[in-house]
Design a protein around this ligand. Structure first.
Ligand SMILES: *[C@@H]1O[C@H](CO)[C@@H](O)[C@H](O)[C@H]1NC(C)=O
Ligand SMILES: *[C@@H]1O[C@H](CO)[C@@H](O)[C@H](O)[C@H]1NC(C)=O
Ligand SMILES: *[C@@H]1O[C@H](CO)[C@@H](O)[C@H](O)[C@H]1NC(C)=O
Ligand SMILES: *[C@@H]1O[C@H](CO)[C@@H](O)[C@H](O)[C@H]1NC(C)=O
Ligand SMILES: *[C@@H]1O[C@H](CO)[C@@H](O)[C@H](O)[C@H]1NC(C)=O
Ligand SMILES: *[C@@H]1O[C@H](CO)[C@@H](O)[C@H](O)[C@H]1NC(C)=O
Ligand SMILES: *[C@@H]1O[C@H](CO)[C@@H](O)[C@H](O)[C@H]1NC(C)=O
Ligand SMILES: *[C@@H]1O[C@H](CO)[C@@H](O)[C@H](O)[C@H]1NC(C)=O
Ligand SMILES: *[C@@H]1O[C@H](CO)[C@@H](O)[C@H](O)[C@H]1NC(C)=O
Ligand SMILES: *[C@@H]1O[C@H](CO)[C@@H](O)[C@H](O)[C@H]1NC(C)=O
Ligand SMILES: *[C@@H]1O[C@H](CO)[C@@H](O)[C@H](O)[C@H]1NC(C)=O
Length: 363
């Protein structure tokens, strides 16, 4: 009797250890070094066909545009557009790093309500949330003493992995990338503009061969530089390559494209504001035609100035005149010589206009 119950206990213990090992994320991944909140991204790969509004509701994303922007989809995309099973969608969410040396988790979202037919926590973690969390993590973060007991209508906070840490003293957007089978650490690093070394270190991986399909890899995405002021309500505005955000109560659309020298490109969105009856002016000067995105030179790389978006407060949209930043990223010497050339043509135009005016005056 005694030996049989002790062997049962051993068996149970072994099972627990196995599941704990399976549930444990590699040390080092999604670590936080200090208390902070920020925006993060995670891949979602639905088990069944769904829609953008379905994903928005499942993850508690506040605005459809945030979801569309994270995937660089047009703002006109209908919410009921089908997202096929297994397609990967980037979901934006708020991240909370609660203290030193812990893993970051999504800040109070998503909240999942247990439905009739949900088999258990593991099913919810794997099927509904495509393995972005484990049943153990859900149980731990919801203080469940028995993960096998769930009730219809019960509300569960799903702790998505994330971080707010800087990487190489640079502010980044941490992206939980669902690893596809057949991909390599080097390939992923190249695709997202980082290095193999950084990815290994950040994810606590000893070497590149420990990469596994369906692993959620912490990929730091570089964000575009912007002119947004520190006193702006959207500061720091971190927009990673290949995404856009709507800001200033939806009046301004800012897009990041590495091809624009990693400089954020903002423009009036032409959408209805969420908090203002009409969008405030985005002018840089009294001249009504000089507004954000306008440049003093019509060429793509000149010596003029650009009217840049610089943030907002409850009443105003800030703007700033900055030196024309949009130069081709590839060839520096070429760009520099072009700039000189444009400076020349600009002053040439200036002089010509004055000459013409002078002539008109005298004739
Ligand atoms: C989406 O909704 C619009 C109306 O809001 C409807 O006309 C359209 O057929 C729907 N599309 C799909 C794929 O359900
Ligand atoms: C974080 O923890 C490390 C050691 O674990 C300690 O040296 C450091 O001072 C802590 N930082 C803060 C801000 O608590
Ligand atoms: C996916 O569809 C199947 C069959 O229709 C259903 O049994 C299952 O519950 C669905 N899964 C999710 C996560 O909705
Ligand atoms: C779990 O318990 C801890 C400590 O008792 C508490 O701080 C935390 O808020 C609880 N979490 C939830 C989701 O109830
Ligand atoms: C930036 O995004 C584009 C697609 O939007 C992609 O082709 C390119 O590789 C990305 N570059 C970096 C450095 O992430
Ligand atoms: C961080 O710095 C190290 C050492 O300088 C470098 O090898 C690595 O590529 C950098 N990572 C990123 C993401 O820039
Ligand atoms: C990679 O690390 C694993 C342990 O994490 C080890 O078993 C394996 O031999 C290592 N491979 C190489 C090529 O170093
Ligand atoms: C913006 O409007 C929403 C409701 O329309 C409101 O909940 C929110 O507090 C407003 N934000 C600010 C900063 O006024
Ligand atoms: C400034 O940009 C707006 C919107 O793109 C455009 O309508 C306007 O013509 C531009 N003005 C100048 C001077 O380029
Ligand atoms: C917003 O900024 C403008 C211009 O700097 C300033 O005049 C205004 O008082 C500010 N409003 C608030 C609510 O801070
Ligand atoms: C830059 O342009 C020059 C002249 O057009 C060319 O010779 C050189 O190879 C280019 N360099 C790069 C890195 O593309």
């Amino acid at each position: 009797m005694a030996s049989s119950s002790s062997s049962k206990a051993v068996l149970l213990l072994t099972l627990c250890l196995i599941s704990a090992a399976a549930a444990e994320r590699t040390v080092g991944s999604f670590q936080c070094s200090a208390r902070a909140t920020c925006h993060a991204l995670v891949d979602y790969s639905p088990t069944n066909d769904t829609t953008y509004s379905g994903i928005k509701a499942l993850f508690g994303v506040k605005k459809l545009y945030s979801l569309l922007g994270a995937n660089n989809l047009p703002t006109s995309t209908p919410p009921n557009t089908t997202v096929a099973a297994k397609q990967k969608i980037r979901v934006p969410f708020p991240c909370l790093c609660s203290s030193n040396s812990t893993s970051g988790v999504s800040n109070k979202v998503p909240v999942y309500t247990v439905k009739k037919g949900d088999v258990g926590l593991d099913d919810i973690a794997r099927q509904t949330f495509s393995g972005l969390v484990t049943y153990q993590e859900i149980a731990d973060h919801n203080n469940m003493s028995n993960p096998n007991l769930i009730q219809v209508g019960q509300r569960l906070w799903i702790p998505l992995p994330c971080s707010c840490d800087e990487v190489n003293e640079t502010k980044v957007v941490h992206y939980g990338h669902l690893v596809e089978s057949g991909s390599s650490v080097a390939g992923i690093a190249e695709r997202f503009g980082t290095t193999e070394e950084t990815l290994l270190k950040l994810n606590g991986m000893a070497n590149a061969s420990s990469l596994q399909a369906d692993q959620v890899l912490d990929v730091p995405l570089k964000a575009c530089s912007s002119s947004v002021r520190t006193d702006s309500l959207d500061s720091p505005l971190l927009v990673p390559n290949g995404t856009y955000v709507l800001t200033a109560y939806q009046c301004v659309k800012c897009n990041c494209d590495s091809a624009n020298n990693w400089v954020l490109q903002c423009e009036a969105s032409q959408l209805k504001s969420t908090n203002w009856s009409t969008c405030p002016s985005t002018q840089c000067s009294d001249s009504s035609s000089f507004s954000i995105v306008n440049t003093t030179s019509s060429t793509t790389c000149g010596s003029g100035t650009t009217c840049a978006y610089a943030g907002f407060n409850k009443t105003t949209i800030y703007t700033a005149q900055v030196p024309q930043p949009i130069c081709p990223a590839s060839n520096n010497t070429n760009a520099a010589s072009k700039m000189v050339l444009h400076a020349w043509s600009w002053s040439f135009l200036f002089i010509s206009i004055h000459l013409v005016l002078l002539l008109v005056f005298f004739l």
